[in-house]
Design a protein around this ligand. Sequence first.
Ligand code: HEC
Ligand code: HEC
Length: 299
Amino acid sequence: MVRKLQILALLLVVGVITALWLFWPNAMSQDEALASLPDDYVADPIKGETLFYTAGCGSCHMNNQASGDKPAGLVGGKGLETPFGTFYPGNITPDVATGIGGWSETDFLNALQRGLRPDGLPYYPAFPYTAYAKASAQDLLHIKAYLDEQEPLAYKAPQHELVFPANIRLGVGAFKRLFVDFAAFQPDPQQSQDWNRGAYLVQALGHCGFCHTPRTPWQTEDQSRAFAGAPALKAGEKAAKNLLGVKPGTIVDSLSPDAVDLFAVVSEKSSMAHVSRAYDHVSDADKQAIETYILSFSR
Ligand code: HEC
Ligand code: HEC
């Protein structure tokens, strides 16, 4: 009897430790979050604007047309359909009550680099923090400075409509612990500066693999088939094309509104149209670096 109780107690302890390990939020303190910033760092909204477009924040958070109580702007609320249900990205204007107006730099970095809400609960990876975790604090705080300059708009996005068990937010904590790599971007010293710039832009900001890399059964990106194309999240939408072996110039050309409006190689209604339009704000050198990096996977 005593022995059985001992085993039970042991199992309980192991269970509690495992649960803590799986679900503990691991938020960064202010010192940790801001440790990598140079002493003379000043967040710059102009740099932030370019980075905002490189990272495609507007694709999911921008509402182009006012309707009812929903103003036009970065108020979210546009349904993002996935096999798990529909997500409604939130309001990222500086409105204090419904947006992110009251957020500190640390809150912002915990959201983008750790996938954590200010109250410590996890965000769903439909918000691509799996990529943004690799971005530098400097770049992300430039984006925050740009967002802080937007007009505060009051609007609360609807609740997500998710199927069981995806609707249990706490469960996302275990997914993150098991499957998400929160390490900062590491340049590869064997590769050129251009390649490394492209790698950073693609992995940390552009999240091209979010759509173009097929997923494992665990819904993580299958890196052994990076950029090999993947079905759209929403039934009936265009699949994201295989980028391996495309002709030089194809990737640079696709990152421009002309790809949609003039040449129609990207269809108006595909999710890529947001990307093509956003990249109007990105320099040719950065687009070329993105192409150099992605094409290096073609063998
Ligand atoms: C693919 C779509 C997508 C992209 C791209 C995206 N987000 Fe989001 N974002 C979401 C979703 C979905 C949520 C809600 C997640 C949740 O509730 O767990 C969210 C939540 C957020 C939140 C938390 C809002 C709150 O009220 O708690 C912030 C802040 C945010 N995103 C900022 C950004 C920034 C900055 C970028 C660009 C660097 C960005 N997002 C790009 C989909 C996206
Ligand atoms: C939100 C999902 C999504 C993201 C993020 C995304 N793409 Fe796409 N991409 C697509 C889809 C869907 C298509 C197919 C478009 C079509 O057929 O109309 C596509 C098509 C393309 C094409 C083919 C264009 C042509 O000429 O046929 C290229 C090249 C491309 N994407 C590159 C990129 C790069 C580079 C990035 C990152 C900066 C990226 N994509 C990010 C979804 C995405």
